[in-house]
Write a protein that binds this ligand. Structure first.
Ligand code: ADP
Length: 400
């Protein structure tokens, strides 16, 4: 029974094993996690003759799983889905570190039916295996709805081999991503730390006047605030880049959100003598997106438009609705951006040289905005004229 397919269809078996070898080769040659995991899930669906396949990664802090890749779901749908550790088949696989093979998922007490309500994809038969690296379960590989009959032990064996490959790929990519990001972060910490170190050294010198001391304490305070923002922005970005942030899509009115953001930024605008104006049609239709994340983007863009402005300058927020998408433009009458800097603005930690020492920042804000907008399936663009001002426009699809 176990090797049934070996005997009935040796050619298909040979093809399956060749496919496994090809994946092992890919694994050695690329660190692009998404490319690899996509190949692994597609191979899993083909080899086991299933309608769909997916990889869910386990977040042990939140005790839940989230979809990393799926052959039947798009990125936006996946990012909104979480599967709890308790009360789900994937959770059971993580906890028990064992494969599960089920002919009728709906009849199984562990089945978590909330996913179906969002995806409208009905699960009948299911086979799932744990992804284990270095004795740790990092996630689950699942195939759903076998085209003919039920999943076999042969399918299970092949899926375990693919699962082992996926686990190694995840581990490698995570290590690689972490070292890359961490070394950039550590590099960014050096400048403020050196500045704080030097200032405290000078503070201890007896010849410093009271006025100089006050100025130095002020510097230390400023650098500490910046380190704080750097740490939280860095964490935000690292979480977004690793795909661990869940997006919760809702329908909401945009104008009140813009007004909320204006109120939050008003005192900062007053300090800089900058006025903020909001322009949108009174009957602006509702939009569908993750409201908190869009708020984060708007606050970031508003903050930049105020920071890089001039005294008595202005900022105008303009929302407009198109046929298929809606846009929000944040226009300022500020210092503008040199043309040669424009292609680099979305790079992590990038800041325009000329304003770097005059205005406090981390160079992470725009990278965070871009990540959030692209998970929504939208785009962000910048136009700027040096000395005149900047317009940053986000385009988001109407139906998420
Ligand atoms: P930061 O924390 O430095 O503001 P961002 O990623 O938000 O980081 O922006 C990157 C750089 O882009 C900024 O350092 C600044 O030089 C430039 N920039 C962003 N927005 C504007 C703007 N509205 N006007 C002029 N320059 C801007």
């Amino acid at each position: 029974m176990k090797r049934k397919r070996d005997m009935s269809d040796p050619e298909k078996s040979l093809e399956d094993y060749q496919r496994l070898i090809a994946i092992a080769r890919d694994l050695a040659s690329t660190l692009d996690l998404d490319v690899l995991l996509n190949r692994i899930t597609r191979a899993a669906a083909d080899i086991s003759d299933a309608e769909a396949a997916s990889i869910l990664l386990y977040d042990d802090a939140a005790r839940q799983l989230f979809f990393q890749v799926a052959t039947n779901l798009d990125l936006q749908t996946m990012r909104g889905l979480v599967v709890p550790l308790e009360g789900s088949i994937a959770g059971w696989i993580v906890t028990n570190r064992e494969p599960v093979r089920i002919a009728n998922a709906h009849a199984d007490a562990r089945f978590y039916n909330k996913i179906e309500q969002t995806t409208r994809f009905t699960t009948e038969s299911l086979l799932g295996v744990p992804l284990i690296t270095k004795k740790k379960v990092v996630g689950v590989l699942e195939v759903i709805n076998k085209h003919n009959g039920n999943f076999t032990t042969e399918d299970e064996d092949l899926l375990l081999v693919l699962g082992a490959q996926a686990a190694v790929a995840i581990e490698n990519a995570r290590l690689f991503q972490q070292t890359d990001l961490i070394s950039e972060f550590v590099h960014e910490l050096r400048t403020p730390l050196a500045s704080i170190g030097m200032t405290t050294y000078l503070l201890l010198r007896p010849e410093m006047s009271q006025e100089q001391r006050e100025q130095m304490v002020h510097n230390i305070h400023g650098e500490t605030l910046r380190l704080n923002t750097l740490a939280s922005s860095f964490l935000d970005l690292a979480r977004l880049e690793s795909g661990r942030v869940q997006f919760h899509l809702t329908k909401f009115d945009l104008p009140p959100l813009l007004e909320e953001c204006r109120q939050i930024m008003q005192s900062k605008a007053d300090e800089e003598s900058v006025t903020i104006r909001i322009e949108n049609p009174a009957d602006f239709p509702q939009v569908e997106a993750d409201r908190d994340k869009i708020k984060q983007v708007v606050l970031n863009l508003l903050s930049n438009a105020i920071k890089y402005n001039r005294s008595n300058g202005s900022v105008i927020l303009t929302a407009s609705m198109g046929d298929r998408d809606w846009t929000l433009a944040v226009r300022d009458t500020g210092i503008g951006i040199p043309e040669k800097s424009l292609p680099h603005l979305f790079q992590k930690f990038y800041r325009v040289r000329a304003s770097e020492n005059k205005v406090s920042g981390t160079g992470l804000g725009l990278s965070i905005c871009k990540q959030i907008i692209s998970v929504h399936g939208g785009s962000i663009e910048i136009e700027s004229t040096l000395g005149e001002g900047t317009v940053i426009t986000i385009h988001l699809p109407k139906a998420a």
